[in-house]
Design a protein around this ligand. Sequence first.
Ligand SMILES: [Zn+2]
Length: 427
Amino acid sequence: MRKPFHAAIKERRDDLISLTQDLIKIPTLNPPGTNYRLICEYLNDRLSQSGFETQFVRAEGAPGDCDIYPRWNIVARHEGRFKGDCVHFNSHTDVVEVGAGWTRDPFGGELHEGKIYGRGACDMKGGLAASIIAAEVFIDLNPNYCGAIEISGTADEESGGYGGVAYLAEKGFFDPKRVQHVIIPEPLNKDRVCLGHRGGWWAEIETFGEIAHGSMPFLGDCAVRHMGAVLEKFESDLYPAMKARTTEMPVVPEGARTSTMNINSIHGGQAEDRGDSSALPSHCVPDSCRIVIDRRFLVEEPLEDVRAEVTNLLEDLKNDRPKFEYALRELNHVLPSMTDKDGPVAATVAEAIEEVMGKPAEFVASPGTYDQKHIDRIGKLENCVAYGPGVLELAHKPDEWIGVDDMIDSATVMASSLAKLLPDGSN
Ligand SMILES: [Zn+2]
């Protein structure tokens, strides 16, 4: 299989390049979520010409959806000549803000020495383009295939996927009766299969005190000192406990192969932003201090345990520390997701990688979450992996790029995976 797919995809190199450039030139910035309709129309033109039936789906009522920034998604489906499984390629169309430090036009799609530059080049318009070319080549070479191929372009992955994959999953687009295998072409490198991701729990903790004159702090109660005690408890109890945990999740990089917690922000007392005022601060004991925590957890840790670990520690402080009062507000949570590496889609993509790349595939898991969570948890479809071209570390960076040869190799892996999952029905 390798030879004909590789050769046919190489012949379409120029098409692959211009497709990737066209996608980069549509600035689908999120936030606020611009040009989703435009990119869906572009994909509609392309995929309709290739024989796909398309559907536009607006995620009405999703966070951020409004008439100025509607959350448009597209789902395209190509039916094979015979009955069989459906393989779905899901790519998010949104990109993150540009940021500083660029030496290339972030929406120019410039090609230089085999690399295409632009915001979203690697995360993940290059992966989307590779999956389109892979599907088109597969259909041309295997017109008698069994099953169906779907390609979706979805909104808002960078802000949680609620206006994209989560919405489609709620509407039944990832029902296992409709779709059996999902490949998400996120930039995990062309020789790795990503089985899933860790979970996340975000919460705000507030400690309370009592305002008083700063010269007589003993007449009040300092909320910042109470928060200091919380942070001390994290250092002495929570961080060592998290670090001791091991996982069977092959998370990369190595440092993320455990539970982690970032303290996202801390604030107590008077507002720091004093504008252009040169006034000195007044002297007060702060009566409130807040932190936001970002706790990433493993497939082995139930969410209830993750919550309880922090809550118990706060309750301990309440018992041990005079006048300690707190509030904990959960902001959001995402459950971990991990598919079986011997499951149909993971094993097939791994086999195809080995054939195309000439060495065994590496199985990895992602430190951060992506849309697999919605396909798994809302869609109830576990047979899903992330596989696509691009260097993960370039995502969201200035001068982001995607290598044309990497896209060709990974499109070959995708086409060859299609051949294994959707066999020829005329034989
Ligand atoms: Zn991405």
